[in-house]
Design a protein around this ligand. Structure first.
Ligand SMILES: NC(=O)c1ccc[n+]([C@@H]2O[C@H](COP(=O)([O-])OP(=O)(O)OC[C@H]3O[C@@H](n4cnc5c(N)ncnc54)[C@H](O)[C@@H]3O)[C@@H](O)[C@H]2O)c1
Length: 466
C-alpha cells in the first residue's frame, strides 16, 4: 500500500525505531498535514449532517472509540483525521479502521499527523459540530481539551482525564469554559451509559436496598498493559517516547495502574452513592518487584469515607496466581446491589433482599429486556444525540472529579497518610507541568537514576508521591 512508505520507519520493530528514521517520517507527514489542515473548507456540521471526527492517540482504545463512533446508529459519522506520536500505531489503527469501515474512513495521507503537534493539526481539520477523540495517555488531556475549547469543537475523551490534583483542578475549570461555549463533552466512563446500571441506580435512589451502609469493589488480576516495566532497553533512543509507550508504568503519564485501572469501579460506586468521598486512607506495597523499574505498587487497599460517614472499600491487585475479581457492590440496610460482577460489560446488575448472594433472594435482575447493550457504543450514541438535538451535555467535570478522587486514594496509599478531599485538591504536586510543550527531543518529566525511577515511600514522603 502506498501509504506505508511514509508511515513506517525504516526499522520494522516499533521499539527499535531510530530517532533519525522516526523524525524523517514525522517531518514528512507533519509538514504535508499542516498544509492540508489550512486548505480544507470549513463547513459547519448541522443537525442531520455527517459528524466528522478526528482521533488523537490511535492506540488500542482510540481505535476502539473511533470504531464505536463510526458504528453509532444515530450517525452518520466519518473519520477525517488521525494523530499519534508513533508511526506504527497510526498505521495499524488506520488500516484496521479502513478495513472495517471503508468509506467512513476518509483520511488521506496528508491528514495523518505524527508528532506532539499532531493533535492540534488534526483538530484544525474539524469544524464546530464535529468531535475530537482524545485517547492518548491522560497526561495530555488538559492541553488538548484547551485547544478543542479554543476551536469550539465537541470532545470525547478517555478516562482518566487527569492524573494529579493540579491537572484535575485545571480540567474542572476548563469544563466550565466548555459549558459556556456550548461544547458537548463525553468522557469514557462508559459504565455510566450502561442501561442496566442506570436502572439499578434509579432503583437504589428509589430505596430498593434502603440507605447504603457500605460499598466494596475489586479489580484484581495478573499484570496487564504496561503496568510493570523492565529497565529501558539500550536500543531506545528517546526516554520520553519509551515512557509514553509504557505509560501505565509512570505516574506522570497515566496516574499509574491505580488511576488507569481502578477509576471505573471507583466511579460506579460513587455514582450509586450520588456523591464523592470526602476522605481516603489506604495501604499498598510491592511484593514482587524483581528487576522492574516502574512506579506502581502491585497491591492497594483503600477506604473512602463519604460525608455521611458511609465507607467504601476498594481492593486492587496486579499479581499473577492469585484470586481474580473485577466487581462492585453496594450494601444497603435492606439488601445488596451488585453493580458489576465481571468487569465492565455485561454488568449483570442485580438486587438481593439480604446481604448474602443466594439466588432465591434475588428481587431484581437485568436481562428481561434482552442482553445488556455495549456501553462503549451507547456512550457515543448519547453524545451524538446531544449534539444533534443541542442538549446540554458535558461530562468533563464529573470525569475530572472521578479522576481526582481516584488519585486521592492513590495518594493516600503512596504517602501512608489520611487525606481529605479539601486538602488533596490543594496538593501542589503536578507530575508533568511541561506536558503542553513537549517535542520529540524533550526530556521526560521523570528522570531515571541508574536506570531506576523514584517510587512512593509511604511514611517517609508524606505530602508527595515520589
Ligand atoms: N474506557 C475504557 O474502558 C478504556 C480501556 C482502555 C483504555 N482506556 C484509556 O484510553 C487511553 C489510552 O489507552 P490505550 O490502552 O489505548 O493505550 P495505547 O498506548 O494503546 O494508546 C495510546 C496512544 O496514544 C498515543 N500518544 C501518546 N501521546 C500522544 C500525544 N501527545 N499525541 C498523540 N498521540 C499520543 C500513543 O502513541 C498510543 O498510540 C488511556 O487513558 C486509557 O486509560 C480506556
Amino acid at each position: 500500500m502506498r501509504r506505508e512508505h511514509h508511515l513506517v520507519p525504516t526499522e520494522s520493530s516499533p521499539t527499535s525505531t531510530s530517532r533519525r528514521g522516526f523524525l524523517k517520517s514525522t517531518g514528512t507527514l507533519a509538514a504535508a498535514g499542516a498544509l492540508s489542515g489550512v486548505a480544507l473548507p470549513h463547513v459547519h456540521a448541522a443537525s442531520g449532517d455527517t459528524i466528522r471526527i478526528a482521533l488523537i492517540g490511535s492506540g488500542g482504545r482510540g481505535t476502539g472509540a473511533a470504531g464505536n463512533a463510526l458504528s453509532a446508529r444515530n450517525g452518520p459519522v466519518k473519520l477525517v483525521a488521525m494523530a499519534d506520536v508513533f508511526p506504527d500505531k497510526l498505521k495499524t489503527s488506520y488500516e484496521g479502521l479502513k478495513n472495517q469501515f471503508g468509506d467512513k474512513v476518509d483520511v488521506p495521507e496528508d491528514r495523518l499527523f505524527i508528532g506532539f503537534d499532531g493533535a492540534q493539526k488534526a483538530m484544525s481539520v474539524l469544524n464546530k459540530g464535529d468531535i475530537v477523540i482524545f485517547a492518548t495517555p491522560p497526561a495530555f488531556r488538559w492541553p488538548f481539551f484547551k485547544q478543542a475549547i479554543d476551536k469550539g469543537i465537541n470532545v470525547f475523551m478517555e478516562k482518566p482525564v487527569a492524573v494529579d490534583a493540579p491537572t484535575a483542578k485545571r480540567m474542572i475549570e476548563l469544563s466550565d469554559l466548555a459549558t459556556k461555549a456550548n461544547i458537548k463533552v463525553g468522557v469514557g466512563l462508559m459504565c455510566r451509559h450502561c442501561r442496566s446500571r442506570q436502572e439499578l441506580h434509579k432503583k437504589i435512589q428509589d430505596g430498593a436496598i434502603g440507605q447504603i451502609i457500605t460499598m466494596r469493589s475489586y479489580r484484581m488480576h495478573g499484570p496487564v498493559g504496561s503496568a510493570f516495566s523492565q529497565p529501558m532497553p539500550d536500543s531506545e533512543d528517546s526516554e520520553l517516547l519509551w515512557q509514553i509507550r509504557r505509560f501505565h508504568s509512570f505516574l506522570w503519564a497515566s496516574g499509574g495502574c491505580f488511576s488507569d485501572f481502578y477509576i471505573h469501579n471507583i466511579d460506579e460506586c460513587c455514582w450509586m452513592k450520588n456523591d464523592w468521598p470526602v476522605q481516603a486512607q489506604a495501604s499498598g506495597g510491592r511484593n514482587y518487584r524483581g528487576e522492574n523499574v516502574d512506579q506502581n505498587f502491585d497491591n492497594y487497599s483503600v477506604e473512602y469515607t463519604f460525608r455521611d460517614g458511609t465507607k467504601y472499600f476498594h481492593f486492587g491487585r496486579t499479581m499473577a496466581g492469585c484470586h481474580d475479581e473485577f466487581a462492585s457492590y453496594a450494601h444497603g440496610q435492606n439488601g445488596l446491589a451488585v453493580i458489576s460482577s465481571e468487569g465492565h460489560w455485561p454488568s449483570k446488575a442485580r438486587i438481593y433482599k439480604a446481604q448474602k448472594m443466594t439466588n432465591s433472594e434475588i428481587v431484581w435482575r437485568t436481562g428481561k429486556e434482552g442482553p445488556d447493550q455495549d456501553p462503549y457504543l451507547l456512550e457515543w450514541e448519547d453524545l451524538i444525540d446531544a449534539i444533534k438535538k443541542d442538549l446540554p451535555y458535558n461530562e468533563a467535570e464529573r470525569g475530572a472529579k472521578a479522576s481526582l478522587v481516584t488519585a486521592m486514594g492513590r495518594f493516600a496509599a503512596h504517602t501512608g497518610q489520611v487525606i481529605t478531599y479539601d486538602d488533596y485538591i490543594k496538593n501542589p504536586q503536578e507530575f508533568a507541568p511541561g506536558v503542553n510543550a513537549f517535542d520529540m527531543k524533550s526530556a521526560p518529566p521523570l528522570i531515571s537514576e541508574g536506570g531506576k525511577y523514584p517510587v512512593p515511600r509511604p511514611g517517609l514522603l508524606k505530602d508527595r508521591e515520589y
